[in-house]
Ligand binder design. Structure first.
Ligand code: BMA
Length: 872
């Protein structure tokens, strides 16, 4: 378990991180039921306890102590639910700390209902995992307190009390995640396990200070554009200090310095008012403009804020990196029903430029969320960037991520659509809850507002829809259910703390007064009917203004799946109905929906083996996502965004993710990348004609050659036409194709433009005469590569449709681009195979040996012909 850097940039003199203490965790007396554990274990947990970490949670400690099995494997998860039903007590001797006049204990994240004691005296209590808590502990420390103890009430006993008092609040899952301010998906989700945690999930500090300290610093950056490259940048710093009662705030000053790579620092000194508040703006005259990576560079500027005494001594400081850019949210609904489908508009304008927002939804990288590391953030965010997406939506059933997540987005040029943590449920609206929501929102908006990557704040996930359409309304009667937070409380906080940034109340949300539910003609939409009940081609029936969520499931890479269900890596058949597999499929009727998707196109006979199931479900997901993204991009500017559900997984699971928990990119990731490209095309059949939609999302015209061919299964070209096409900057061009498929069971239409290829057949796959795949392969080690690197070059002798290379089936540490490529007879494709970064020496040696002896046949190399070809 790796400890992470401090979550907030609250660096001031005299900080002693709590992570440096030697922590122990024990079972408290307030558990709900006696755990069915060996007596000795209970005895150990009640008396001596076990070593613990800060940051950490009790699952981590039990795992490290060898007292529980890995909750992610097999059905272990179910044996561990007792953990969330206990009271847990963390204790430590306070680490050595410098002497000061004043002391505060600052916690960046306690999960969740906790009481903090120093030397046996209660110094504070908490009830919200999403907040920072700051307790004045001067008296306790000066009185000689040496020990710290944090007791965590069982989350379930807390929510039992809330529901006794306030009644039932309906939500999508039968767990009380909406009655406690704790990460919702920690209670399980339709892609995640139920691992209800307790513990100090982020670090804390004992802060010693003498004369004065910062208690609030709000740093934001704005830009007045002169061109797409430069403008006047403004950094605004607002804040508040706390001073020793014997002094006046006016004795101190705040110094702000802004510097960029190519500009000399601009400094300002500010006076502080008698009430301790200060505000200042620093102007950067030739600021370079920050862009998402799809449109430009990411120049960042350092902002140093220092609290200085009259003797020029620096007492406290803050550091942030900012970028200068503008983001506007345009919501222009057309209220005349007959024109709404043509004229309604919702979109995001970056630095004055209309864009189609290409995005992925993001869930927490681990349900034991304290374990997420900078490396795992970076790896998944690189997956986002390399797919061509420029947005990531941090979904409301998770958390406000760590600062480093947004730092990486700033660097990589990925814009963030940040939900407030409310998802798929109604929430109590008592004054006490509202106060909590206000405090939590202000806290996190202040923490994150300096980041240029942060594009939009969003009130909630699917709560408006649940209230209007999922029957919650009737159960709630006239009780408040959270709408007040999304429509009043949170926007008030945003407009006070961070007026520079757009706010949108929900995903989905229409934005039309009196209509909260999703409506394709207004605001943001989610598309789930298609996955839940239809074939993916029905994405083509919708033309939303903005598609904020849609997705299709598939299994993870084979090695990830077998690891999760605890069978040996070499196994090729799995019982897909076993309790272990079913525990790694959390979606309602998920297996049936996967099967329905395959049968529709390939027929039920194609599902003759687990390998065929594994391959075809991945291919259907790849086609589904390409269909959706391609279609909605073809509707630009009517439709101005498509966010795929979802980029990442939080454990090894069958889910909607584009990249699995072990970092394997699914075939879908590659088709998404093709469809997210700045210049791309998609094919649709319209009134019996094949039509290409060519999308140019750059500011230069796109001149290209569009090649159309009809090729038969024997590999002969029946028709061919090449034409030069020109697609003006920022536009979509529609071209009716000339080729026609006259024998749809034997002929495919193949359309190429630049390095994109789209293939069209006029019948369902099960009716097409796929030839037996034949090819010649050449496997080679790349000489002089820094890391072991190999290539596999395939020369097709027959039509090979949607060919993927599943290198992880040879060895789990092997990675290859498993894109679904279609090759015509005579064509070649080369894969690069590497060993996963971070693999041990032993894994690397084993992987290389396995490669040298590999059997490359199906399912290592899989194409449609492998599962559908008939001998005749
Ligand atoms: C939407 C999301 C998630 C969910 C996903 C898949 O409802 O907001 O809650 O995981 O669909 O069902």
């Amino acid at each position: 378990m790796s400890a992470r850097a401090l979550t907030a940039d609250l660096v001031s003199n005299g900080e002693t991180p709590l992570s440096t203490a030697q922590w122990t965790v024990k079972l408290g007396d307030g558990g709900l039921a006696d755990p069915e554990l060996p007596e000795q274990t209970v005895e150990l947990l009640k008396t001596r306890g076990i070593p613990a970490t800060v940051p950490g949670n009790v699952y981590d400690s039990l795992l490290s102590a060898g007292l529980i099995p890995d909750p992610f494997i097999g059905t272990n998860e179910h044996d561990l639910h007792w953990i969330g039903r206990q009271e847990w007590v963390y204790s430590a001797k306070l680490p050595d700390h410098p002497e000061s006049d004043h002391y505060n204990l600052v916690f960046y994240g306690l999960d969740t209902i906790a009481e903090v004691r120093l030397g046996g005296v209660v110094v504070g209590s908490t009830k919200n995992m999403h907040r920072t808590y700051d307790f004045d502990v001067t008296d306790a420390i000066l009185a000689g307190a040496e020990d710290i103890e944090i007791s965590f009430t069982s989350p379930y006993s807390f929510t039992d009390r809330v529901s006794e008092e306030l009644g039932v609040y309906p939500g999508s899952y039968d767990e009380p995640y909406n009655l406690i301010r704790k990460m919702a998906c920690n209670y399980g989700w339709d892609w995640g396990p139920t691992v209800v945690t307790s513990g100090p999930w982020r670090d804390g500090v004992l802060l010693g200070w003498d004369k004065a300290r910062f208690v609030s610093t709000r740093i934001s950056a704005g830009a007045e554009l002169r061109s797409s490259l430069t403008g006047i940048g403004t950094v605004t710093v607002q804040g508040r200090i706390e001073v020793d009662p014997r002094l006046s705030p006016t004795n101190f000053k705040v110094r702000v310095s802004v510097s960029g790579e190519e500009s000399s620092p601009v400094d300002t000194n500010m006076e502080i008012s008698a009430d301790g508040t200060f505000t200042a703006a620093v102007s950067v005259s030739d600021a370079r403009i920050w862009w998402p990576h799809t449109l430009g560079d990411q120049p960042l500027y350092d902002v140093n804020v220092e609290l200085v005494s009259s003797e020029d001594q620096v007492l406290d400081s803050r550091f942030e990196r900012v970028g200068f850019r503008t983001v506007e949210l345009v919501n222009d609904p057309c209220l005349e029903p007959e024109k709404a489908a043509q004229e309604g508009r919702f979109g995001l304008i970056i630095n004055g430029r209309d864009t189609f927002a290409r995005g992925w939804n993001w869930i927490p990288n681990d349900p034991l969320v304290d374990r997420v590391t900078e490396e795992s953030y970076r790896a998944r965010l690189i997956d986002v960037r390399d797919s061509g997406a420029d947005w990531v939506r941090v979904w409301g059933g998770g958390i406000f991520e760590d600062d480093v997540f947004y730092d990486i987005c700033d660097e990589l040029g990925i814009l963030v659509w940040q939900d407030f943590p409310f998802a798929c449920a109604s929430y109590p609206e008592t004054p006490e809850w509202e106060e909590e929501v206000r405090a939590e929102s202000a806290d996190n908006v202040e923490r994150l507002m300096s980041h240029p990557s942060l594009g939009v704040w969003n009130g909630n996930n699917e709560n408006f829809m649940g209230y209007e359409s999922w029957g919650w309304k009737d159960q709630l009667g006239d009780r408040g259910w959270g709408a007040k937070y999304y429509l009043e409380t949170i926007p008030e906080v945003v407009s006070t703390v961070d007026p520079t940034r757009p706010y949108w109340p929900g995903s989905p949300y229409s934005g039309v007064p009196g209509q909260m539910d999703a409506n394709p003609n207004y605001g943001t939409c989610h598309s789930w009917e298609v996955w839940n009940r239809q074939d993916y081609v029905h994405y083509l029936d919708s033309d939303p203004t903005f598609m904020a969520e849609f997705g299709w499931q598939s299994p993870p890479a084979w090695s990830t799946l077998v690891r999760a269900v605890d069978v040996p890596a070499g196994v090729t058949e799995l019982d897909l109905t076993s309790p272990e597999v079913m525990n790694h499929q959390k979606a309602m009727e998920g297996m049936d929906k996967l099967e329905r998707g395959v049968v529709e196109h390939f027929g039920s006979e194609a599902l003759s083996s687990t390998a065929a199931w594994h391959y075809l479900t991945q291919i259907v997901q790849a086609r589904a996502i390409a269909t959706g993204v391609g279609h909605w991009r073809s509707l630009w500017p009517r439709c101005q965004g498509a966010f795929i559900w979802q980029i990442n997984d939080c454990w090894p699971v069958i889910s909607w993710a584009g990249v699995d928990a072990d970092g394997h990119r699914k075939p879908m990731w590659y088709t998404a990348r093709a469809m997210f490209a700045d210049r791309m095309f998609t094919l649709k059949e319209i009134e019996g004609r094949l039509v290409a939609f060519l999308v140019n999302q750059t500011d230069e015209p796109w001149e290209t050659n569009l090649s159309e061919r009809v090729v038969n299964v024997a590999g002969n070209t029946i028709q061919q036409e090449d034409r030069a096409v020109s697609i003006p900057a920022s536009s979509v061009k529609t071209i009716e194709l000339s080729v026609t498929v006259s024998s749809p069971r034997q002929e495919v239409a193949v359309v190429d433009a630049e390095d994109q290829r789209e293939v069209w057949i006029g019948v369902p796959d099960y009716d097409f005469s796929y030839p037996l795949p034949t090819y010649v392969g050449r496997f080679e080690a790349v000489p002089n590569a820094d890391q072991p690197e190999f290539t596999l070059d395939i020369h097709a002798e027959s039509l090979l449709r949607e060919l993927i290379l599943q290198a992880d089936r040879i060895h789990p540490a092997l990675v290859a681009s498993s894109e679904a490529v279609t090759l015509l007879p005579g064509e070649n494709h080369k894969w690069v195979i590497t060993v996963r970064p971070g693999a041990t020496e032993e894994e690397t040696t084993d992987a290389i040996m396995a490669l040298e002896e590999a059997d490359w046949s199906f399912p290592v190399l899989s194409s449609i012909g492998d599962v559908l070809a008939t001998e005749d």
